[in-house]
Write a protein that binds this ligand. Sequence first.
Ligand code: HEC
Length: 134
Amino acid sequence: MKVKLWFGAAAVALVAVVQAQDMSDEAIAERIKPHASIKIAGAEDASASAGAGGPRSGETVYNNACVACHGAGVLGAPKLQVAADWQPRIDERGMDMLLQNAINGYNAMPPKGTCGDCSDNEIQAAIDYMIEGT
Ligand code: HEC
């Protein structure tokens, strides 16, 4: 009898605590936030590419991963914003194929330009940046 009473009291207390908490959307979002962040930090691939700061700009990706070859045209790489280097490729293959080649690798062009944690969208942004003005 005593035990039952205790459980009863505990249940009432629990309900009171839950009701006392702010159940607004913001409050709920705030409460689950730490958990959500931990999940993102643990997801290796996604965290680096689409992590806290969102996707990196094409210019940032280019400067991190592509400039080494595409800056000076190493190994025949089409150079940054040099139309004569890019236009024939765009004409011949089209943008979709260029993106596919950048993602999968193409001759001396390594897959994703060695940017292993780049998303496809970030590779696309880097290409857009490289062909800007061409
Ligand atoms: C190790 C040097 C190297 C790095 C780093 C590199 N590239 Fe390249 N890339 C090349 C070379 C060489 C080619 C020309 C390949 C060919 O036409 O035979 C090329 C070609 C390309 C092409 C044209 C593909 C086609 O179908 O004509 C794209 C697009 C491209 N790179 C994107 C990128 C992007 C985006 C990055 C950075 C994320 C990057 N590359 C990093 C060497 C590199």
